[in-house]
Design a protein around this ligand. Structure first.
Ligand SMILES: NC(=O)c1ccc[n+]([C@@H]2O[C@H](COP(=O)([O-])OP(=O)(O)OC[C@H]3O[C@@H](n4cnc5c(N)ncnc54)[C@H](O)[C@@H]3O)[C@@H](O)[C@H]2O)c1
Length: 414
């Protein structure tokens, strides 16, 4: 077993920013942290630049602001090995070595990308970058953004190398996947392409080179495809259900020893911070004509309303207290961003006597109650995020709606 140093030991040995080989802007975020740790593991001294003071303080103390599998040991070793420096403003950017940008890239009320966040970030750090430095976009961006950035920098009289390397990790297992998955890299000039391939070649098993716009599409296609996959199985569920057929039985039989259906997922509540947003970025690029993307949105978002209507037909919801099990957007995660559990909460709060919520991982929602209390005080339960902890829970015979097909028993409704 690895003996980990205590917090005081870790804090006593800071690394100076000037000694860093690489800067990660947004380095304390979900994408930033695994990348920072993978770089540190590969021997880089990393400047973790992030405006979120709370997350920086947590990292500096050798802890993680959210769940990231296997990361704590690597973080502590990186701190102890003096491989991490922490900065909170653009002035903290290291002038030497590449600068990798992993900030959030949201969509707006029109479901269009907020391109300005990238420009604002660049404008902020530009005075502190040295000509010749490599700037890598790792956030998911609207197609054309990388080439736009290169011309924008040129128009400002700056001579920087510009690259785009999309992050395609599954959230929570980023560090593991960075060690295992190929990395798509792209650069706006041969020198940028060479530099970024060399940089990522040190932390991933294989690099695959594309042009910037190809790489931007590769990322959006990857996430949109995944979102559509969930929609396919969710629509099959709805069709089977309309005929009074248990889709889980059909799905199990269809997939049994039939490799061509390996990719067909179980039905479930598909959302989270990336899939919807990236499908909509692609839709914005496609002039709102991304038909499959729209269909997926209708199905995946509409599923919550179908479930509520279904429960309304079976139970007197107005007189019921409904308990929501799992508020994270997916299993074994503490991330509630764009979680459909909160859509359930919103819709049900005006149609029921009360809504109670619980989650074993989420730490950011003061309204959460312990599981036992939610079970005891609810008339009806909905299995929203399929955390493993719910598989063997005692629901005291209360009806539990389980779309995922994870729970067994006479009280389980599908
Ligand atoms: N979460 C995922 O699993 C995942 C996977 C692949 C790609 N992506 C993409 O990666 C990007 C980041 O997503 P995330 O989930 O890590 O977001 P996040 O909100 O967890 O992390 C972003 C971090 O950037 C920091 N930040 C924002 N603006 C900054 C600035 N100007 N200077 C310094 N720090 C700044 C924030 O404080 C935050 O810590 C997005 O484009 C997302 O679509 C995310």
């Amino acid at each position: 077993m690895t003996m980990l140093p205590d917090t005081a030991t870790l804090q006593a040995i800071p690394l100076a920013v000037e000694q860093c080989d690489v800067t990660v802007v947004g380095g304390a975020g979900h994408v930033g942290i695994p990348l920072v740790l993978a770089l540190a593991e590969a021997g880089f001294r990393v400047n973790v630049n992030d405006t979120n003071r709370a997350s920086i303080d947590i990292l500096r103390a050798g802890c993680l602001p959210f769940i990231e599998c296997g990361a704590e040991v690597v973080l502590k070793q990186a701190l102890l090995g003096r491989r991490l420096a922490f900065t909170r403003s653009p002035e903290g950017i290291s002038k030497g070595g590449p600068v990798i940008i992993t900030i959030g890239t949201p969509i707006d009320e029109f479901l269009n990308p907020v391109r300005k966040v990238v420009q604002d970030c660049i404008d902020g750090i530009l005075p502190y970058l040295a000509d010749g430095q490599l700037v890598v976009l790792r956030s998911t961006v609207f197609p054309g953004t990388t080439d736009w950035l290169a011309s924008y920098l040129q128009s400002r009289g700056r001579d920087l190398l510009v690259a785009f390397c999309p992050e395609r990790i599954v959230q929570g297992s980023g560090l593991k996947e960075l060690r295992e998955l190929p990395q798509i890299v792209s650069g706006t000039t041969p020198e940028a392409e060479r530099s970024v391939a060399e940089l990522f070649g040190r932390i991933v098993p294989e690099v695959v080179v594309l042009s910037p716009i190809e790489a931007e599409f590769a990322k959006l296609f990857t996430n949109s495809y995944r979102y559509i996959e969930f929609a396919v199985t969710n629509e099959f569920y709805l069709i089977a259900k309309s005929a009074g057929v248990d889709y889980q039985r059909v799905l199990k039989a269809m997939k049994h020893d039939y490799p061509r259906l390996n990719a067909l997922p179980r039905p479930g509540f598909a959302a989270g911070p990336c899939l919807v947003k990236d499908t909509m970025q692609l839709d914005a690029f496609a002039r709102n004509q991304f038909a499959l993307g729209h269909a997926a949105l209708l199905i995946n978002e509409g599923l919550v309303l179908h479930v509520v209507d279904d429960l309304k037909r079976r139970y007197d919801l107005a007189k019921s207290t409904v308990g929501l099990l799992g508020m994270a957007f997916k299993a074994e995660s503490d991330d509630t961003r764009a979680s459909l559990s909160y859509k359930f909460k919103k819709v049900l709060s005006v149609q029921t006597r009360a809504v109670l919520t619980t989650d074993p991982f989420v730490t950011t929602d003061p309204e959460l109650r312990p599981l036992d209390e939610v079970i005891a005080n609810s008339d009806l339960l909905i299995h929203c995020a399929p955390h493993a902890a719910y598989r063997d829970a005692d629901f005291r015979g209360k009806p539990v709606f389980d779309l995922w097909g994870h729970l067994q028993g006479n009280n389980v409704i599908r």
